[in-house]
Design a protein around this ligand. Structure first.
Ligand code: PTJ
Length: 249
C-alpha cells in the first residue's frame, strides 16, 4: 500500500512514511484543513520523546487494551488523521475486539466522510477482515456538542461503554467523559485537554501505540484491568520522559 521512495533503512523512515500517508490522504480529500498542523505538533512532541515507546506509554496501552477487552460495547473512533495514518491497525484491533469502527470527524463534511469511508472499505477488503464500519448514517448526537461534529451512530459511539478516540479534540473528549464512558486517548501531547480529561491517555505516536496493543493482543493470554492504575501519574511520567530527553547529551 505504501509506495514511498525512502528506504526502510533510512533513520527517519517511520516519520517519512507517516508524512507520505498524509500526503496520499490529502490527495484523496480525507483530511481536515488543519490536519498537517495537528500532525506537526505531534511530531514535535515525538521528537522530544525520542520517537520511542516509553515504559509509561506501554503501561497505558496495556491498560487501554484491558478496558477495551473487558468492555460490553467497545467502539473505535476514527478521524481523518487516524484513517490516513493507521487504518490497517485500527481495523485489526477492531477485528480482535469484535467491535465496530466508527468514522467520526471534527470538521465534518459529506465529501470528507465519503472519502474516509471509502478508504477504510478498501483497506478492509485488502485485509479481508470482518469489521462493521459505521459513520455513513448517523442517527444520534453526542450530548453537549453542537453542530455536525456531534453526529454519531446509536449502535456505535452513543451506546459504547469504552471508546478509543485517538488524536481527539478536547471538547469531544470532555463530552464523552460526561456521558460516563471510559475514554481512551492516544495523544503525544501530555498537556492537551484531551490527554488530561481522558480515563486512559497513551502518550505515544499513534501507529506505535496501536502496534503495542496489537502485539499484546497476540502474545498476552490474560489482559486484566489494573485497579491501581494512576492516570495522572502515567501522564506526568510521559511529560518527565520528554524533559529527561532534553537534559541528555
Ligand atoms: O479529521 P478531523 O476533522 O476529526 O480532524 C482531526 C484533527 C487531528 C485535525 C483534529 O482532531 C485536531 O485539530 O486535533 P488537535 O486538536 O490538533 O489535536 C491533535 C492532537 O494529536 C495534538 O495534541 C497532537 O500533538 C496529537 N498528535 C498528532 N499526530 C499524532 C498525535 N498523537 C499521536 N500520534 C500522532 N501521529
Amino acid at each position: 500500500m505504501d509506495d514511498i521512495a525512502a528506504d526502510p533503512s533510512h533513520p527517519r523512515y517511520a516519520s517519512l512514511l507517516m508524512r507520505h500517508r498524509l500526503e496520499v490522504a490529502e490527495e484523496r480529500g480525507m483530511l481536515a484543513g488543519s490536519a498537517m498542523i495537528a500532525h506537526g505538533r505531534g511530531e514535535a512532541f515525538d521528537y522530544l520523546l525520542g520517537e520511542r515507546t516509553t515504559e509509561s506509554a506501554r503501561s497505558a496501552s496495556l491498560q487501554a487494551l484491558a478496558y477495551l477487552r473487558h468492555a460490553k460495547r467497545p467502539v473505535l473512533s476514527v478521524n481523518g488523521n487516524v484513517a490516513a495514518l493507521a487504518s490497517d491497525a485500527m481495523l485489526r484491533l477492531a477485528a480482535f475486539l469484535s467491535c465496530p469502527l466508527e468514522v467520526n470527524i471534527f470538521y465534518r463534511t459529506p465529501e470528507r466522510m465519503k472519502a474516509i469511508l471509502s478508504f477504510i472499505d478498501e483497506r478492509k477488503a485488502a485485509l479481508d477482515l470482518d469489521v462493521k464500519v459505521l459513520g455513513h448514517a448517523p442517527d444520534a448526537t453526542i450530548p453537549g456538542l453542537k453542530g455536525p461534529r456531534a453526529a454519531c451512530h446509536k449502535e456505535g459511539i452513543l451506546a459504547s461503554d469504552v471508546i478509543l478516540v485517538p488524536l481527539e479534540d478536547g471538547d469531544r473528549c470532555e463530552a464523552l467523559v460526561k456521558m460516563g464512558k471510559t475514554v481512551v486517548v492516544i495523544d503525544l501531547n501530555p498537556l492537551s485537554r484531551s490527554a488530561k480529561l481522558a480515563s486512559v491517555t497513551i502518550v505515544d505516536e499513534l501507529s506505535r501505540a496501536l502496534e503495542t496493543m496489537l502485539e499484546a493482543s497476540e502474545t498476552m493470554s490474560e489482559l486484566t484491568i489494573d485497579t491501581s492504575y494512576d492516570h495522572q501519574a502515567v501522564l506526568s511520567a510521559g511529560l518527565q520522559e520528554m524533559l529527561n530527553g532534553l537534559n541528555e547529551d
